[in-house]
Ligand binder design. Structure first.
Ligand code: BYC
Length: 474
């Protein structure tokens, strides 16, 4: 079904035919806008921003581009096309028709997953609220706002499901999504990483690289769901999400490129010399990687999870790219789970594979992150330097799961509490590192100009030149 832009709420779910649902969502809409004004990007609400807006859910030509003031962005409800023959692809219900309604016994399970997913979307907008004030270029400023409006749309996607399929409970949860806030002492966001402040652009690129990539893996798992409206919602969200990760990986590549240029000019690997020249030294970038990667790993949940087993068995949540697995029941198989043995060593226990779904997904995620490390290391090697980025072990600095609180080095070795405390000062960004990175955060607002700590992008957006005025500051 085409997207109707004449509607107050653009949608391709025939909202007009369900007056009750339409009224409920129109009631939520002004609250969302109020939240956007109070908790969304500061200062730039009246600027014209070159934004893409979803206009169709076809793979080709799904978006249009144009100058839009952010509060006028057409947030709407878009689900991928329905396949009337779709059957459940995994678990105990495999082969049966996908559900068009929520099965009663899975209602609270599905609601909790949708609320958790929905909670991350506005959380990220809140975390990034002040970043516009220090953007390294108009190109980057536009990238930030594109991510922000689309995370707002992803909130709409989850709120639609809550309103349409979960009755009064769903409406209450939709209200709560606007009342919890990132970092709020009394009402924080649900998942840990979404309460970490993002106060500099290096952290923003780390977040869009590592945390948005968790989003990709979670959305891919939910896109397999037997609950068809959830699956179709997540399929379309993934289309938008890939640009967020693009901002992350190209951002980090540009920071590395600029640092290498400075290292080459000075013929030095000395971090202090690099800093004096106004670029971010590679060891500091590594410490940010250690911080954000370990924080993102927690988002996959515990290595051994009865929740995950239930999600898989019932068909609520699958594995990313479930079709690529040979066996979709995951029964009578085990997973060798490594955990601290309580005596300073590591134990290995076989657990049912269904309980290990979180760890299976986390491992696939880590492998994808590793590919980018190798790509950037090739850049460093080609520039003639010996430094290499490494991802810390999946056991390092964990707060969730079997390694939570364990004293482990970035290489994954259990170590003494003293060695761990001392090591953290070398492994994670120090207050001096953060102060240095913050000192570089000066806005650059001339079209085509870019801050000195980051290389310009390779190309502009949608075929436009790099010096296009991507944000017209009011
Ligand atoms: N922090 O059995 P367990 C994105 C809770 S990012 C706090 O191990 P389960 C985006 C857990 O909820 C993707 N609590 O967990 C990116 C459970 O609590 P309850 C977001 C945590 O259920 C950038 C208890 O611990 N989407 O889209 O197997 C910008 C036992 O846990 C954490 C989703 O997460 C944590 N890190 O799996 C914008 C998908 N981890 O229920 C957007 C939906 C676990 O016993 N969520 N807990 O009270 C899920 O699929 C699952 O809830 C999780 C956890 C994967 C998060």
């Amino acid at each position: 079904m085409a997207i109707d832009y004449q509607e107050r709420i653009p949608n391709n779910v025939d909202l007009a035919s369900d007056r009750g649902l339409q009224r409920a969502l129109e009631h939520w809409q002004p609250r969302f806008l109020q939240w956007w004004r109070e908790m969304g990007p500061t200062d730039f609400q009246s600027a014209d921003v070159y934004l893409r807006t979803a206009v169709s859910v076809d793979r080709e030509g799904w978006a249009s581009f144009g100058q839009v003031k952010m509060p006028d962005y057409r947030w709407g409800i878009f689900l991928a096309e329905r396949d009337p023959d779709r059957v459940i692809g995994f678990g105990d219900e495999m082969g049966k028709p996908a559900w068009q309604q929520v099965p009663g016994e899975l209602r609270s399970t599905l609601r909790r997953l949708i609320v958790t997913q929905g909670d991350t979307e506005p959380a990220s907008v809140e975390q990034q609220r002040l970043l516009g004030l220090t953007a390294p270029s108009l190109y980057d400023l536009r990238g930030l706002f594109q991510v922000n409006v689309e995370e707002g749309r992803h909130l709409w996607a989850m709120v639609y499901l809550l309103h349409a399929y979960f009755g009064r409970d769903g409406r209450e949860e939709a209200e709560e999504l606007l009342h919890r806030h990132s970092g709020d002492e009394d009402k924080p966001r649900i998942l840990g990483t979404f309460n970490e402040p993002i106060s500099d652009w290096l952290s923003f690129f780390m977040f869009t690289f590592f945390t948005d990539r968790d989003g990709k893996y979670q959305l891919k798992s939910l896109a397999e769901s037997a609950f068809d409206p959830l699956a179709r919602t997540c399929q379309f969200m993934l289309t938008e999400e890939s640009h967020h990760m693009f901002i992350g990986h190209t951002g980090l590549a540009r920071v590395t490129k600029r640092t290498l240029e400075v290292m080459n000019e000075l013929r030095t690997e000395d971090p202090e010399a690099v800093r004096r020249a106004g670029a971010i030294d590679l060891p500091t970038i590594q410490r940010y990687i250690n911080f954000w990667f370990s924080s993102a790993l927690d988002l996959f949940g515990s290595e051994s999870s009865s929740n995950a087993a239930l999600y898989f068995a019932s068909g609520v949540k699958g594995r990313p790219d479930e079709a690529s697995f040979a066996d979709h029941s995951a029964l009578n198989q085990t997973f060798a789970l490594e955990a601290p043995d309580g005596r300073g060593g590591v134990s290995v226990d076989d657990i049912p594979l269904r309980n290990a779904m979180n760890e299976t997904t986390r491992a696939a995620y880590a492998e994808e992150c590793e590919l980018f490390m190798q790509r950037w290391n090739a850049m460093i090697g080609a520039a003639g330097f010996s430094f290499r980025y490494t991802l810390p072990s999946r056991r390092f600095r964990r707060s969730i799961g079997v390694w939570a609180g364990a004293k482990v080095s970035p290489q994954g070795q259990p170590i003494s509490a003293d060695a761990y405390e001392a090591g953290l000062r070398q492994w994670l960004p120090t207050s001096e590192d953060r102060a240095f990175v913050h000192s570089l955060m000066k806005p650059v607002t001339d079209p085509g100009k870019v801050a000195a700590w980051i290389a310009p992008p390779d190309r502009g957006i949608n075929g436009l030149p790099i010096d296009y005025e991507y944000v017209r500051l009011a």
